[in-house]
Ligand binder design. Sequence first.
Ligand code: ATP
Length: 232
Amino acid sequence: MLQVTALERRYGDFVAVKDVNFTINHGEIVGLLGHNGAGKTTIMKMLSGYLEPCHGSVTIDDTDLQNNLKKIQKNLGYLPENLPIYPEMTVIDYLDYAADLKGIEGHKKHIEIRRVVVETDISEKLTAQISTLSRGYKQRVGVAQAILGNPKLLIMDEPTNGLDPSQTQHMRELIRAVSNHATVILSTHIMQEVEALCDRVLIINDGHLIVDKKMSELKSSNVIALKTDMPL
Ligand code: ATP
């Protein structure tokens, strides 16, 4: 479903992501694991089309992302690390706006908004201003906007970052639920998150992909080594 080939991104002279290659198959939940500054957000932004690679390509369902940006972006779900949520907006107005951006209109818009509100369990705060919500609740609103239009691919950048244990648990359950109808790639710096949620792990270190393995192939000794050797 997703093919990443020789992906590279520089910021000035600094190489943030270098020669990254991987594929993601339909139905997988894949974890992109790396320490702070490893290059996760840079990769996630390139996968969702919000940052142009300096080199290489991202192909989704055999279609080149950069050459078909608007069309593909309408059909993928993206939860950025820092959601550009408008603090003065109410939750319902924000979802209405997000649906417009995805080109979901008329009766279908109402049905879709209702569906994502139920799935993310945010119905009790629809008329609340976003600025008044907890971080956990804001993240659920973020997931709600991401799954508008029922995208087949969901890209989630550090979905549990900054959440307390209970909010983290709630978010993980939500990710499991949405993964029943979408392929998911999520980034995290927490190995346990990958272990709890993912079928496969991609480990990124200083902009290089150093591990691409199914969780079942990661022997427990490797996992322990990763936990202790890497500053994740
Ligand atoms: P974090 O977990 O802290 O978000 P990350 O793994 O997502 O880290 P990135 O945000 O992709 O990492 O950053 C990778 C590297 O690129 C870091 O060294 C970062 O300082 C650098 N970087 C990111 N964005 C920019 C930018 N706009 N200009 C210059 N350097 C940048």
